[in-house]
Write a protein that binds this ligand. Structure first.
Ligand code: DAH
Length: 347
């Protein structure tokens, strides 16, 4: 095979043009790697052309070598430049794909609020807590004995009409009609002095309207100690009323409950009209906020407490009523409807 400088150098230049054209068209770094092997590798095209050098006359060899070096350099440079180009394209694409707009406003975490019933229970517990009252809880499914009989309400007692309830399948059990049975449970499980607060859910067989629910909340209070008196009860309840409703007049009215003797209703000067008389207080100027009294000796005995040595007072209030007065809520049905338009007003 006859090889001369001209033809070899021509081959080399064609190779170079071809290589540069392909490098320019390479679509990604992997294609470039392929081209590098194809042209500059040990078994590559440039090497193949250079094998012809041996057949040249000795004086031509350095010239071809110089051309080959120059072309090899040109291909290398083209490879690395195109490589840079492609890498910056790839990087730009990645940056675009992974970009995060840190100037966008963050997602707001919706914040809940306490429901007005537990909020009101907490406010009540806070006041009595300052007088040493500790919070207890009794069961929602009670037995007849504790809900009624040990509270001095015999099975045929007419007062049972007031506390008719929903009965459960377990004989002798019912949904508690008030938190008062908690008094018995606390007395049976602790020794005087006792200062207990018992918040909880209660149930009654009741036609539902704006002021009656078949499901509602009460907070019960019980204090048992030596020398506990009506005066202590009145002083404590005054402090409570003032803490929740401001400096208003209060009064005791005679009342009746089987488990207290004497029994009273505790009234606060109407929080709407201030005592003048308005529809909210049925024109009396007073609002009844709870029932109370001195714990009946029989009830103390059921609680395992000696009525000759200890006296106690108790009180019980409806949480919805207290919450209505604090927040001017007109209808207790709102509390259990889960309507956000109502609930969001307590933020
Ligand atoms: N348990 C009564 C009711 O549900 C409220 C009550 C009245 C509780 C007088 C008491 C009390 O502790 O002394 O109507």
């Amino acid at each position: 095979m006859s090889v001369d400088f001209e033809s070899l150098s021509g081959d080399l230049h064609r190779l170079k043009d071809l290589a540069l054209a392909e490098i320019a068209k390479a679509a990604d770094p992997a294609a470039l790697d392929q081209l590098q092997i194809q042209y500059l590798g040990k078994k590559g095209d440039l090497t193949a052309v250079l094998r012809g050098i041996g057949a040249l006359p000795a004086e031509d060899r350095p010239r071809v070598g110089a051309v080959a070096n120059e072309i090899g350099e040109a291909v290398k440079t083209a490879l690395s430049e195109r490589g840079l180009e492609l890498r910056s394209v790839v990087q730009a694409q990645r940056l675009a794909a992974e970009s995060v707009d840190v100037t966008l406003p963050g997602r707001t975490v919706p914040r809940g609020t306490l429901h007005p019933i537990p909020e009101t229970i907490a406010a009540i517990a806070e006041v009595f807590g300052q007088f040493g009252f500790v919070v207890y809880e009794g069961p929602e499914v009670e037995d007849d004995l504790t809900n009624f009989q040990m509270l001095n309400i015999a099975p045929d007692h007419p007062a049972r009409d007031l506390w008719d309830t929903l009965y459960v399948d377990i004989p002798g059990h019912l949904l508690r009609t008030h938190t008062s049975p908690g008094q018995i449970r606390v007395m049976q499980s602790t020794k005087p002095p006792i200062r207990a607060l018992l918040p909880g859910r209660c149930f009654r067989y009741e036609a539902v309207d704006a002021s009656h629910g078949f499901e509602f909340f009460q907070v019960e209070g019980l204090m048992v100690d030596e020398g506990t008196s009506m005066a202590d009860l009145k002083g404590l309840l005054d402090e409570f009323a003032h803490a929740l409703f401001g400096p208003r007049k209060t009064r005791f009215r005679p009342g009746y409950y089987p488990f207290t003797e004497p029994s009273v209703a505790f009234d606060v000067e109407c929080v709407v009209c201030g005592g003048v008389g308005c529809p909210a207080c049925s024109k009396t100027g007073w609002m009844t906020i709870l029932g109370a009294g001195m714990v009946h000796p029989v009830v103390l005995q059921y609680g395992g407490i000696d009525p000759e040595r200890y006296q106690g007072f108790a009180f019980g209030m409806g949480v919805e009523r207290i919450s209505n007065l604090r927040h001017a809520v007109p209808d207790l049905r709102y509390y259990l409807e889960n309507d956000l338009r109502f609930l969001e007003q307590f933020r």
